[in-house]
Ligand binder design. Structure first.
Ligand SMILES: Nc1ncnc2c1ncn2[C@@H]1O[C@H](COP(=O)(O)OP(=O)(O)O)[C@@H](O)[C@H]1O
Ligand SMILES: [Mg+2]
Length: 242
């Protein structure tokens, strides 16, 4: 079934309550509260080590927090996983061809509608690479394949963790364009980016994380024109490296 922007998203609102995660003897998520109500694209920004990746991993069910609750719509994380997809900074691809990577991820589509896999490759400009080993692709091509794979399941929630960091500009723009299209079709997108240009191009909403807490949550327009917290101001001014 195709999503549409007018359809309610079954995983909204996302409610994160008092999320705590201890690594070593340090609280890397320190009672983080966050509610994401709106569809569209939420960009998570914040200094290195702030807890952005760990937050996304908790949301995607890859880490169980020490304390706290997450609900997506009426679902707990564990029951929402089939409706989520995540793209990482470094894609994990199988030692198989490009097309086989998609077929492995979506065996039912491969069986009943293999044409859809080819269309998925076309959407990321990789149709002519279908029979090449996936691990021979360039970084940007590998990430485009990872995105095509993530979108096969038509997720209600798409999570990207620095998915375009250090990619070639053409791949970055193609991925941004696909993310925007997917969002317009009703998929909720949450992405971490250090790239202020990208955040300005994509974000409807910004969540700024610092020290394992949400320091600021606002519309992208407000965040970039009048950030409210000293840490966000310093970050935007380039005074905090990443
Ligand atoms: N497995 C781990 N063991 C110990 N510390 C960790 C582990 N994973 C992450 N951390 C620490 O938790 C903090 C937040 O990490 P992370 O969420 O990856 O930050 P970022 O905001 O840069 O994505 C960092 O200080 C990181 O060093
Ligand atoms: Mg990270």
């Amino acid at each position: 079934m195709l999503r549409s922007a007018s359809m309610p998203n079954s995983l909204l609102p996302i409610r994160i309550n008092d999320l705590r995660l201890v690594k070593g003897n340090r609280a890397v998520l320190g009672g983080l509260d966050l509610v994401i109500e709106e569809s569209g694209i939420t960009v998570i920004m914040g200094p290195n080590g702030a807890g952005k990746s760990l937050l996304l991993r908790c949301l995607h069910g890859l880490i169980t927090p020490d304390c706290g609750a997450i609900t997506l719509g009426s679902l707990a994380v564990a029951n929402s996983r089939d409706e989520q997809a995540m793209v990482f900074q470094h894609p994990v691809l199988l030692r198989r061809t490009v097309l086989q990577n998609l077929a492995f991820a979506a065996p039912e589509i491969a069986k009943s509608a293999p044409r859809h896999l080819v269309q998925a490759l076309e959407s990321v400009n990789l149709a002519d690479r279908a029979d090449q080993p996936a691990r021979m692709l360039s970084g940007g091509e590998q990430q485009r394949l990872a995105l095509a794979r993530a979108l096969l399941s038509k997720p209600a929630l798409l999570i990207l963790d620095e998915a375009t960091a250090s990619l070639d500009p053409a791949s970055v723009l193609l991925i941004e364009s696909l993310v925007k299209t997917q969002s317009a079709m009703g998929t909720k997108v949450i992405l971490v980016s250090h790239d202020q240009g990208q955040a300005r191009r994509l974000a409807d909403e910004i969540v700024f994380i610092s020290n394992g807490q949400v320091a600021e949550q606002s519309s992208a327009k407000q965040f970039f024109t009048t950030p409210q917290t000293p840490v966000a101001k310093a970050y935007l001014a380039g005074e905090i490296l990443f």
